[in-house]
Design a protein around this ligand. Structure first.
Ligand code: FEO
Length: 180
């Protein structure tokens, strides 16, 4: 059982994770248009990660017997100036998500909701990794500057990123994660 305020906040987090997926889908499309298929791949893998984050919340709220309330997902930006611009925006967005997860944890602590605290721990660890990945790529992009050859080398490296989380949720997220 969830406190009503907690259930509402978790539902809002589903929307934030879906927006994240949408944002990275848009960055993937923009990278593809720029001829950078490795970056396009990296952002599509990130899209899958975000869908997994959203679906984990979707399943948790239902398992706790609460209603799912889906809201409109706002449109992401369509144009980005450069790969550095994309990753700078990605990091800023992830910092916003980290704050949102921290706020959820504080609410769960305030409500003495132990199950939700344990559930959210996964997201807290995940956010450290997400911000670290973005910082690493931003550092590389700053070194690259406007050297197209070096940018293409990084593009080739990012082409190797593979999806490691479940993408089929027809039997539920927990079941899919066990089978992954
Ligand atoms: Fe779901 Fe990228 O945070």
């Amino acid at each position: 059982m969830l406190n009503k305020k907690m259930a509402q906040a978790l539902n809002e987090q589903i929307n934030k994770e879906m927006y994240s997926a949408y944002l990275y889908m848009s960055m993937s499309a923009c990278s593809n248009k720029m001829g950078l298929k490795g970056f396009a791949n990296w952002f599509m893998v990130q899209y899958h990660e975000e869908m997994f984050h959203a679906m984990k919340l979707f399943e948790y709220v239902q398992r706790q017997g609460e209603d799912i309330k889906l809201e409109a997902i706002k449109a992401p930006p369509k144009e980005f100036a450069s790969q550095l611009d994309m990753f700078t925006q990605t990091l800023a967005h992830e910092q916003f998500i980290t704050k949102s997860i921290n706020d959820l944890m504080e609410l769960a602590m305030e409500k003495k909701d132990h199950a939700t605290q344990i559930f959210l721990e996964w997201y807290i660890t995940e956010q450290v990794e997400e911000e670290e990945n973005d910082n690493d790529i931003i550092a590389q992009l700053k070194l690259i500057g406007d050297n197209p050859h070096a940018l293409l080398m990084l593009d080739r490296e990012l082409a190797a990123r593979m999806t490691t989380i479940p993408t089929d949720f027809s039997k539920g997220v927990e079941a899919a994660a066990k089978g992954a």
